[in-house]
Design a binder for this molecule. Sequence first.
Ligand SMILES: Cc1cc2nc3c(=O)[nH]c(=O)nc-3n(C[C@H](O)[C@H](O)[C@H](O)COP(=O)(O)OP(=O)(O)OC[C@H]3O[C@@H](n4cnc5c(N)ncnc54)[C@H](O)[C@@H]3O)c2cc1C
Length: 445
Amino acid sequence: MAKAPQDLQIAILGAGMGGLTCALALAQRGFKNIDVYENAHDLGFVGAGIQLAPNMARVLDGLGVWKGIEAEAVNILDTSVRVGASNSELAHVDLAYVEETYKYPHMVGHRASLANGLYQGCLKESAIKFHFATTASNVDSFGPRPSFTATPREGEVAYKVECDVLLGADGIKSETREAMLKRLDVQVGVKDTQQAAYRIMIHKDQIKDDPELLALINSNTVTRWIGEKRHIIAYPVANNTIYNLSTAQPDTNFAAATNGTYTTKGSKKAMLEVYSDFCPMVQRMLDYVPEGEVCEWKLRVHDPIPTWVYDQTALVGDACHPTLPHLAQGAAQAIEDGAVIAVALARLPDTSPESINKALRVYEKVRKTRAETLVDIAAASGRALHLGDGAAKAERDRQFAELKDKGGKGPVPDRWADADTQRQIYGFDCTKITEDNFTEYFSQL
Ligand SMILES: Cc1cc2nc3c(=O)[nH]c(=O)nc-3n(C[C@H](O)[C@H](O)[C@H](O)COP(=O)(O)OP(=O)(O)OC[C@H]3O[C@@H](n4cnc5c(N)ncnc54)[C@H](O)[C@@H]3O)c2cc1C
């Protein structure tokens, strides 16, 4: 008897947001053999906030995990863009309209809450088997039986894994991408954005005697303080009990690194120096971070790669479209990838290698241009936010002023808060688009 699509053996490399979503979405569409290989011992919850945009929430709701994540998240009703040095407001934009328009509010939450929500969903699916503390390497076949080596960390011997579909959700340093580009004889290097980010969490009890900061933590506002080559974005998470800050500044600490370091324990003194010309309130905020808890991330991207799919192997998330965080869409896009792959594979008319390849290329068709466009918008928005004195900054600030005059209505130079950009991002229902177009796209390939 011919194999049904749901009998295919699927191997997923990486249990980040992309890998977890692939696993859950596939299991919910009836796939019975899903193995997830994760380098880390567990999900390694990073202590940082994350924005939960409506396009992400729509997918998570479809997978039945949104309610739990939403319960711990904070609903964002507006955003304030401020001059870092003076704290004077450049723009105030209403975001309460988002829920009415896109059926989901713009929320922000804790990364652990999002990852755990997806993981708990996966644990309910007997089809999903996790292999933690197991490193995948040496992807030596992309099809018709993709294969790689799995090396468990604790004493067991390395073994070879073969599958019908291989999904490389192994993040920005993706081994799968490297192997695929080598096979294609294409060189697309990781691009140094020359930016780095501090990620900081301040707990409410630390600021209980600071009314200004208490007002921020109790708010429903995303605040961005901007300055030349730098900015800070901040919002409350965990039911307004934690104030989350994420910064962007020129990378000085990683530039000289000779290895592949992407995160490092930062120096509090160095962090305070970077923002020493920002207003006293921002400096006070940064000063609440306990010594030894400053974590700095290098922000890396790479140029678009020619394809995300080779034979029966596909790339997912940061493995194929890493982005600067200025649009807060990296994880959201990885989550869209997972949802689209599951629809495409579930609609397979048969399980021949040719059909699997075509279904994966439908995934690529729905996703690649969109994800790469958002990567470009994030970079452009960062450039606008980080302008130094000159004509371009004068024009940007004129736009901010016009926006203020019009009560927050009109184009916003911070593209994350711009209604037209939001329409493009939040208005895209990736699951529906794949369902509606699968047959046509598949037949065109
Ligand atoms: C400062 C900052 C702020 C951000 N803010 C937001 C935001 O607000 N909203 C948003 O949507 N996105 C945001 N992002 C982006 C988001 O974090 C990433 O885009 C997203 O986590 C990518 O998910 P992923 O699953 O593709 O990759 P990852 O999360 O990197 O997961 C990859 C997984 O693969 C595992 N792995 C790697 N190699 C191997 C191997 N060889 N074998 C086995 N396992 C392996 C890793 O251990 C990891 O668990 C932000 C990013 C940064 C840096």
